[in-house]
Write a protein that binds this ligand. Structure first.
Ligand code: C2E
Ligand code: MG
Ligand code: MG
Ligand code: MG
Length: 292
């Protein structure tokens, strides 16, 4: 009896595993076709300068419009794209599409915006990212200083010499470099001195708890101070409340990105936003209190 039960359990377990594996394989297979079937789209989230309230840039964020599953979040398929290597062609598409879009906006007469694009560590390993960037800028005619490439801390912990060389080439081209999700990795801070980084994006985990935990408030303040002492710009991610905004203004964070101002938007909605108002109203309460 026990033997039979054990066997049933085993079978059940295998069936479940198979279901998960099959689902993953199916998704991976569909992702393989997503590019050619034009199911991938970019949404754009405004980045706002905290001193002027001006939208100074956007971050391109990928979405998968799946025919039956609907909008699939990158949190779900980017890891799969990385595991399967599909992130290389997908990342290339994102870069090209974002640069082309930026040019389309300029042609519409909209003010030149900085375009932030996320790069996966795998792209640095599997292809010559600097050469790709050079090519895409040449193809699209986008000015290098308008392109901002985001990568995470984990990148600089890997093949340091190689990565350092690629980042140096990118810097040579004239694009901007940002460390995304700053504070969540385990790397030592010394890489900030060695790598030609322009901007630190403070992870939203810190931003969202500045008013709940003393430690996160202290860390956020310390990150901003550290960045500024090294002449790096700070961008806070995931700003949702006025209280968070006030805190960031008080501590002179340079830019913010978050639902408080805007969610990531489809092209038309972003255009609408840019045409309607050149800048957001920034309440000055925080500035005043810090000046007293
Ligand atoms: P990320 O680069 O750190 O992007 C910011 C994420 O925070 C986005 O999630 C954005 O929608 C979300 N966010 C922005 N403001 C708020 C807020 O106020 N509250 C909350 N709760 N969330 C906010 P999204 O679009 O789901 O993207 C998740 C991650 O997927 C990105 O994190 C990035 O790591 C990755 N990703 C997205 N697009 C690409 C891409 O084209 N290439 C690569 N390699 N990764 C991408
Ligand atoms: Mg990012
Ligand atoms: Mg981030
Ligand atoms: Mg993130």
């Amino acid at each position: 009896r026990a033997k039979r039960q054990g066997r049933n359990t085993f079978q059940f377990y295998t069936a479940e595993m198979n279901a998960v594996t099959l689902e993953k394989l199916r998704l991976e297979n569909e992702l393989r076709h997503a590019l050619s079937r034009k199911e991938l789209v970019l949404h754009y989230q405004p980045q706002v300068n905290l001193q002027t309230g001006q939208v100074i840039g956007v971050e391109a964020l990928i979405r998968w419009k799946h025919p039956t599953m609907g909008m699939v979040s990158p949190a779900k398929f980017i890891p799969l794209a990385e595991e399967s290597g599909l992130i290389v062609p997908i990342g290339e598409w994102v870069l090209r599409e974002a640069c082309q879009q930026s040019i389309r906006w300029q042609e519409m007469g909209l003010p030149a915006l900085k375009m932030s694009v996320n790069l996966s560590a795998l792209q640095f390993k599997k292809q010559d990212v600097a050469e790709l960037v050079r090519l895409v800028l040449e193809e699209t005619g986008l000015a290098p200083h308008l392109l901002d490439l985001e990568f995470t801390e984990s990148l600089v912990m890997e093949d340091t010499e190689h990565i350092l060389a690629v980042l140096a080439s990118l810097k040579q081209i004239g694009v901007r470099l940002s460390v995304d999700d700053f504070g969540t990795g385990y790397s030592s801070l010394s890489y900030l001195k060695r790598f030609p980084v322009d901007t630190i994006k403070i992870d939203r985990a810190f931003v969202q708890s500045v008013h709940h935990t003393q430690e996160d408030a202290m860390l956020t303040r310390a990150i901003i101070a550290l960045a500024h002492s090294m002449n790096l710009k700070t961008v806070a991610e995931g700003v949702e409340t006025e209280a968070q905004l006030d805190f960031l203004m008080e501590h002179q964070c340079n830019e913010v990105q978050g639902f408080y101002f805007s969610r990531p938007l489809v092209v038309q909605d972003l255009e609408q936003l840019l045409l309607q108002r050149a800048h957001f109203e920034i309440k000055t309460s925080a500035i005043k209190t810090s000046e007293i």
